[in-house]
Design a protein around this ligand. Structure first.
Ligand SMILES: [Zn+2]
Ligand SMILES: [Zn+2]
Length: 299
């Protein structure tokens, strides 16, 4: 887990974040994702600076291990001087050595956040789920932590004031907010009541707005007027009845037709981002095979 440097904002990793959500559904299945409907409770990972450091770290580690349902895994948490915030040795187990940066000795309330990320590494390692590059893997790890109910702690560890800033994990605050919002929309949860950091709250509201926009893209029926109008023009073009749309405009949907077959449109599922393909035939109801969302479309 990285540490330090200026805090990056916005959505530079959004594509990998979305691919991570799809990969989670593919590897875990819809049924397993649903078993993570309860987030880590704030009281279960609370850690005051007066608590014993080592006993407290082991207690929080046990909570995380239980949350990710790793019954036989044992975490051994140590502290040392290091450039990174934290690190875990990914071995066959059942013992896993986690190293936390010495500065957590004086920032005990953030130990839960560091462990949310490190135990997510163990969970993904055990599932055999990984992306090719280290950077993508870290994004997958943060996304898994946030989507499965432990990663709100990582966003809450983001704090900024006039003189200093702190952030844990590889996602930007807004990207954490986005993944937490996607989870919130799925489970009907409101993580914002748990935030102690005002900056975390702001980033969550931003991410929530983007997550809601995912469900308002044509051909989904919830799309707004301007989007629907552009969609209609793009469809006429795909049917050969209109000029090409202005260059450089990016759309999430794509039209295609197999040899003289009917025109079809594909678009990302707003929940799991797997691409869905439906015929262009007016009002269509589609069901995502991966996350089981029912999608009302106007194609
Ligand atoms: Zn990591
Ligand atoms: Zn889906």
């Amino acid at each position: 887990m990285a540490n330090g440097g200026p805090v990056e904002h916005g959505y530079p990793h959004l594509r990998t974040v979305r691919e991570s959500v799809t990969a989670l559904y593919r590897r875990l299945s819809y049924d397993t994702v649903r078993t993570f409907s309860a987030s880590v409770a704030p009281a279960d990972v609370a850690f005051a600076d007066v608590d014993d450091l080592h006993l407290g770290a082991q207690r929080v580690a046990r909570e995380m291990v239980a949350h990710y349902r790793l019954p036989d895994a044992r975490l051994i948490v140590g502290f040392r001087e290091m450039t990174h915030a934290a690190n875990v040795e990914l071995t066959a187990g059942p013992e896993y050595f986690v190293e936390l940066n010495d500065r957590f000795r004086d920032h005990r309330r953030d130990i839960g956040a560091a462990l949310a990320h490190e135990v997510a590494h163990v969970y993904l390692h055990r599932l055999g789920l990984s992306f090719p590059s280290t950077r993508e893997n870290e994004i997958l790890t943060d996304t898994a932590a946030a989507y499965l109910g432990a990663g709100w702690l990582l966003l809450d560890a983001f704090r900024e004031d006039r003189d200093s800033s702190q952030k844990l994990g590889y996602l930007t605050p807004e990207e954490f907010g986005y993944v937490l919002a996607k989870r919130a929309l799925l489970f009907g949860e409101d993580p914002s009541v748990w935030f102690t950091s005002p900056q975390a709250y702001t980033a969550y509201r931003e991410g929530l707005a983007l997550a809601r926009r995912d469900a308002e893209q044509p051909p989904l029926r919830a799309a707004g007027w301007a989007g629907r109008r552009r969609y209609a023009r793009d469809r006429r073009h795909a049917q050969g009845d209109a000029e090409a749309p202005e260059a450089g405009r990016e759309t999430v949907y794509r039209f295609s037709a197999d040899d003289h077959g009917p025109l079809r449109v594909s678009f990302p599922c707003p929940t799991c981002h797997q691409r869905i393909r439906v015929p262009v035939a007016g009002r269509v109801r589609a069901r995502c095979g991966l996350c089981r969302s029912v999608l009302e479309c106007d194609t």
